[in-house]
Write a protein that binds this ligand. Sequence first.
Ligand SMILES: *Cc1c(COP(=O)(O)O)cnc(C)c1O
Length: 416
Amino acid sequence: VVVTREDCLARDAQDPIAWLRAEFAIPDPGVIYLDGNSLGRPSNKTLARLEHVLHEQWAAGLVESWDDWITLPLRAGDALGGAFLGAAPGQVVVCDGVTTNLFKAIRAALELRPGRRVIVADPDDFPTDRYLIAEIARDRGLTIRWLSSDIDEGLTPAALAEALDDEVALACLSLVAYRSGAFLDLAAVTEQVHDVGALVVWDLCHAVGAVPIALDAAGADLAVGCTYKYVNAGPGATGFLYAASGLHADLRNPMPGWMGQTRQFAMGPTYDPDPGVRRFMTGSTPMLGVAGVDSAVETLAPAGIEALRTKGVALTELLIALHDAWLAPLGFRLASPRDAARRGSHVSLEHPQALAMSQALRRHGVVPDYRVPDRLRLGPAPAYTRFVDVYDAMLVLRDLVLAGEHLAVPEDGTVT
Ligand SMILES: *Cc1c(COP(=O)(O)O)cnc(C)c1O
């Protein structure tokens, strides 16, 4: 055996960010939660902050609480940008949801390249991104050039190069692929796209809080992301939008609203956007979501993204080593990049019975995720997952497959 349970306990004992787990609300210590890349666990700080917003700010403070709330989207944006996005202040706003922000970012980027008719996109990107890009292209009479990326290995520079020329207005790409976890080189891809005079709109959903992101250093244009995965801000918590300060003056919000208006309370006759990133706000944004982001960043920032990344790599390396030793002989195949530098913080394992296995695992208190086609998606979030959790989960998986337990799961995958 490559590694023992004792090895894993020893690694937990030496883990420099092991203390972070105690910051999280874990009412179910017997459960091994490997779906933190879909919905992160809440921290105690975040639960307390939401209570504060409900009781002190809303119930007691009523409308006066808007004095605090009105600037929170930008304050939380600066905090998130500084801790996780490599963004200097004034470029990130926490508002709306990912899909809405993606719409605003893509439409605004297109306006900067009026003569260009092509959007480059990945046919394996997350569905909401593809649906939205298809509709924007239809609406604006543009063409989509679909990349040929591998569903397990992701996009290569050569495949991207094939799609780029001077007709391209923008490329819309996920930094970490939602299914395989394939992790692109933000700076290299941004440069490659800029070289043909196009812009990049980055989707950072599966990356933020899991991998280091240096938007300013990469010369990035626009980016969006969610905050309910590795950031742990809460179910459907408010998303974010980054726009590089050098572009602000030229960026038009295609959904203008009073929250982006420069003198908001003048109630003026015409829309005159805020000079900064606040121009990307639309209407009132859900404050529970923004407060969730602010407190989630407070929870994670003391650990730092470098330590989270180091642990994320170590956890996924362990998972892959156990896959190789225990699961590959049982018909599993690694469906994520093997090179840690090209992988985010989750791993997919392909097996024809993956769906049934994902249900059988739940009966043993292991919560995985499943993605078509036939992939168990395992996301050991570094903030609160221990090495021993990965070991135990993989052992459960091996043993249930050896016992044929998954074969007893009904075809429709219902848990009984
Ligand atoms: C999770 C995710 C989304 C989610 O979009 P919402 O509007 O928040 O539902 C979008 N894109 C990617 C790449 C994701 O991983």
